[in-house]
Write a protein that binds this ligand. Structure first.
Ligand code: B12
Length: 514
């Protein structure tokens, strides 16, 4: 998406192509990976109804393919997007390959990672320029000056950073675009690579930035701005002409201004496009009328982020309390929307008890709990407080799937157990949607009564009766313990006793009688 904006901005002053090396490439399991501490959680060849990641994968093209594409196209400039610090090495690999193909190729890097760590990224000899913040105008001006041979003026461009000839660095401030109405030219992408189910889909932005400052968020500090409705209308038309059938809004604050959001929804009503906002919807400005409008415009699934049920946990993260969301919950439960609520596991100053309470609260509502494992987002206020160790080694583990232990009360086994408990609850919710006659949790294993379902039944019974997580090893044809926090499982069931689990798509409920 980011490269699409940049390509659109420069397409009139040079030849440009956009390559998405992640799309439609084979994923490759890697046994030698940088996180040996996770090996005990990668359990290849196992089966469990609460399954999680089983291997470490590399997604996208390998270095040989990348090298071939770069050398075949013989570019003057290779511009790479590096959004995530944890995957910075993968982005830098592309710059290194470009230099290997031809040292004369100019490499430019932008995105959240170089925005947050400009000096650190510029230490890499394979990177010539980086752009901090929003890249359209700085990238355009950089190319313009390079074309005119005016390298001496590049330091005038806000956002552009580089190494000077005396080896010192020119570090610019973060660029904020004056005009965000540029419509990304989607013809740079191959539509068949962007499908959700059978539908052609696209990302879409109606605004940029966020007015809040939650301590765990690593987005660069760019102010909240809205696009003009006229430009959004034109982009919607272009999407329809390209036969786009699903739109995922990636705004940080899609619903912040209800009047504006309603205007956007009016543009989409009756167009037959499925809408989603997987990045999350801010609930505090919503009301039933807007939610009805969202349904009419094509929203069917809503993603909200609750963070935690405890107001003290939430306030400590400098985040708004979800007062309005709580008021809307009964409406949401009875609405036709599928509602997914995200919560965080392992925040600083959070206690396992808080997460248990959140889980028990969410399991009793007609919605799907979505667990997010806390990671220190580079650039976030929490990062500055908690990050002190050897930078290069630890930056790589700033991703959810590493289950990095920032809060000493949340060791990997605890985090992993929370993930499995959430999967267990969601599995029960799906069963309830199919089997409304279920009234007690202890009745559920009997539903799994075929020979094929025997492993699942045994795994279920062991969890309910022995408070222990096991999986079925398909090679050894027997069961083995998961790495887990058994005290946490006991504490969860003790607290959950007599609580309710409600379906995801239905209001069917059962009682936890364990
Ligand atoms: C959409 C999104 C996703 C999507 C899609 C990402 C994608 N590949 O496109 C999904 C859901 C997959 C995702 C996942 C993750 N995300 Co995310 N994601 C975002 C989000 C919400 C919006 C990004 C976006 O599209 N913005 C719109 C575009 C137009 O703006 P932009 O990205 O800032 O791009 C501009 C500039 O950065 C610059 N620019 C960008 N690239 C380039 C390249 C060049 C050459 C130039 C010149 C300029 C340039 O110009 C662009 C246009 O102005 C951001 C939060 C945010 N608001 O930035 C987090 C964010 C980028 N994600 C983050 C993280 C950590 C992750 C995960 C690692 C989380 C995890 N699971 O552990 C995963 C990694 C997934 C993966 N392996 O690919 C962090 C990164 C922090 C950091 N420093 O590491 C952020 C900032 C979230 C946060 N609040 O902390 N993410």
């Amino acid at each position: 998406m980011q490269l699409l904006y940049l390509a659109t901005k420069i397409k009139d002053i040079c030849d440009v192509s956009v390559i998405d090396f992640r799309r439609n490439k084979k994923t490759k399991a890697i046994s030698e990976h940088p996180f040996p501490e996770l090996d005990k959680y990668y359990r290849d060849g196992i089966s469990t109804p609460f399954s999680m990641f089983n291997k470490y994968y590399r997604f996208g093209a390998d270095s040989e393919e990348i090298k071939k594409v770069i050398s075949d196209s013989n570019p003057d400039i290779v511009a790479v997007s590096s959004l995530f610090t944890t995957y910075a090495a993968e982005a830098q690999e592309i710059a290194a390959i470009a230099k290997e193909v031809n040292r004369e190729i100019i490499t430019v890097m932008g995105g959240t990672h170089p925005t947050v760590f400009p000096e650190f990224v510029l230490n890499n000899p394979d990177i010539d320029y980086i752009i901090r913040g929003e890249g359209e105008t700085p990238f355009f001006r950089l190319i313009h000056f390079l074309q005119k041979g005016r390298e001496d003026r590049i330091d005038e461009i806000p956002g552009v950073c580089f190494k000077k000839s005396d080896d010192t660095k020119c570090i610019s401030s973060i660029n904020v675009e004056d005009n965000i109405d540029l419509i990304p030219d989607r013809r740079f992408l191959q539509a068949e690579n962007y499908m959700i189910g059978r539908k052609n889909y696209t990302f879409f932005l109606t605004s940029r930035g966020c007015p809040f400052h939650c301590s765990f968020c690593g987005k660069p500090p760019v102010p909240y701005r809205r696009r003009s409705i006229a430009s959004i209308e034109k982009e919607v038309e272009e999407c329809i002409n390209m036969n786009i059938q699903a739109i995922d809004f990636e705004d940080d604050m899609l619903t912040y201004n209800t009047t504006f959001f309603s205007q956007v929804l009016d543009l989409l009503r009756g167009k037959g496009i499925t809408l989603s906002a997987m990045n999350g919807i801010y609930a505090e400005t919503l009301d039933e009328e807007t939610l009805n409008r969202m349904y009419d415009a094509g929203f069917r699934r809503l993603n909200f982020s609750l963070v935690d049920i405890s107001s003290s946990v939430i306030s400590r993260q400098k985040r708004h309390l979800p007062a309005n969301f709580m008021k809307l919950l009964p409406y949401l439960e009875s609405s036709p929307f599928l509602v997914e609520i995200h919560f965080i596991i392992g925040l600083p100053e959070q206690e396992p008890e808080d997460v248990i309470d959140t889980l028990i609260f969410l399991m009793g509502k007609r919605l799907l709990p979505g667990p997010s494992i806390f990671y220190l987002a580079p650039g976030s206020p929490l990062f500055d407080v908690y990050f002190s160790e050897d930078r290069e080694k630890h930056l790589k583990s700033m991703r959810s799937s590493c289950m990095t232990e920032v809060n000493p009360l949340f060791l990997k086994d605890t985090i992993y157990t929370f993930m499995q408990l959430t999967r267990f609850i969601n599995f029960v919710k799906h069963c309830l949607d199919k089997e409304p006659s279920l009234k007690k949790l202890s009745e559920l294993p009997a539903l799994l009564n075929t020979d094929k379902e025997y492993p699942d039944r045994h795994i279920f019974n062991t969890l309910l009766l022995e408070k222990r997580l096991i999986h079925y090893d398909m090679r050894k044809k027997w069961f083995a313990d998961e790495s887990q926090d058994k005290e946490l499982i006991s504490a969860f069931f003790k607290k959950a006793h007599s609580a309710k689990i409600t379906g995801f798509k239905t209001m069917n409920s059962l009682i936890v009688d364990i």
